[in-house]
Design a binder for this molecule. Sequence first.
Ligand SMILES: [Zn+2]
Length: 582
Amino acid sequence: MGTDNFGLDGIEAVYNATLEGENGRIVRTAAANGTDMLFTGYEEYHDAKDGNSIALTLDATVQYYLKKNLEQAIEDNEIRSGGIGIVMDVKTGAILGMLSVPDYDLNNFGTLNESLQAKLDAWYDPETMTAEDYNARYLALLQQQWRNRAIGDTYEPGSTFKIITLASALEDGAVTVDDHFNCGGAMQVLGRKEPLHCWRRSGHGDQTLAQSAQNSCNVAFATIGLRLGAKRFYDYMEAFGFFDRTGIDLYGESSSIWWSRRIFEDPYNHSQLAAASFGQTFNITPIQLITAVSAAVNGGHLMKPYVVKQVIAEDGTVVSNTSPTEVRQVISEETSRIVCDIIETVVSSPSGTGKNASVAGYRVGGKTGTSEKVGQASDEYMVSFIGVAPMDDPQVAVLVILDSPDPTSGIYISGGGMVAPTVGNILADILPYLGVEESGGSRTSNVTVPNVRSASVSEATAQMEAAGFTVKVLGGGDVVTDQAPVGNIKIAAGSTVILYAGESKPDSSVTVPDMTGKTFVAAKQYFEAFGLFIRTAGVAPTGSNTIVVRRQSVAAGETVPYGTVVEVGLVDTDTTIMETHG
Ligand SMILES: [Zn+2]
């Protein structure tokens, strides 16, 4: 935002007419819950005394969790060009969280962030360049930094877009849930010289419609698009809003880049239709995708996204209230229900490409995406995941996009491996905060430890075993004098709990070992040997050696009391089910 009295970007620019008072006004935005924002993105103080203020739909807590997890994902996956995250209320289109990383500090809006400054320093050569060159480049980078990429950037969405193809084809009756699709790894497409390949070159074989989504099969989705036909496909893209800006109340929204209808409907060339069916050969904004996916899961209602909830006068009277705006209904309630059921299996199926977005206690649905960056070197990718929860009555959608994983890092490049765990973590943080009730759903093996102190050893043992634990008794008494861990706490089923019968429980401290990268089985054994207990998050723990610890709630090297429960985030690293770029 400018140092003068004119909004430079974001909300202030759109609402300038509302906010403009006399010189020296106050423009101050607060989060919907009335607290100050934890981030600087939309907060501005002027030395002033009057004017309206605005209350945002952005929620400081949601924003905090989004930022925390997005930054972690960028670090974990060695991402070179930052990331984008959006959290949307799917029923209203209200934006609960939105940011691109790296962002900038509005208190120092004229200063480049560290990574861009480093880029500038590396580029600048005082021997061959002038101060004007430097300044021009500085300004260009500054503008890049100011940009809200969630609405200002376009990208090729890749397979996250399959949700839209699925919804359109189901609505039009071009496919049904009973259809099967065969993938031999490639298919011929009219007008295309080379065969079109599935990301899995060996093919997926015979699949139901739901399995085609779970596998993110390109051949199946090209087939689905071809059945729908270019004309109807194009009609649905228009209906889902991909040819218009969403009209979000922020400055700087970009337009999509699409084939013209004439070229797309070429009866002798189906290559655009086939590739578009799995999200390639066109560019859209992240806000367009999450708005359309929200429509696909909310009963079919395309909502206009918004960030300003209220405009409030200085005396506290409400000048205006934003009510949710339905642009149009795109698909029926019934079709939307089927879409929800299918994308839930992408996460809940043990072989689903989205399984790493699993959240214990919640029914999560979603879709992975991995796409090539248009016009870039061939090793530049965008990896993404869009998640929705809870699937019995969707309330929020979360889209996270990571820009350019380092191909030399050795980490397998895929939306399912890199971004699904991030969206799962964001949902695990925000769903309880938003008051969304747990509704069973994804598999958890955590069980509540009964409180058995003062019970007889035999009775306590029976209770523990009934709850799914193995029991170790220390001391020769008949009555349980203490237990580890304490009662009424959740730990992984199958853990070995300790009952003290006369012998006293150690009150020593334990240094937490580093379990990241270890299998679940190894981590549990290791923790127990140290006198620690394990609780899991993320994918369901199994004996598979591809299920490994990505994160632990207490850092390695920290000292904790004996018997402490450490939560570990599990991911499935099985690359054979992780879609990569085809
Ligand atoms: Zn396939």
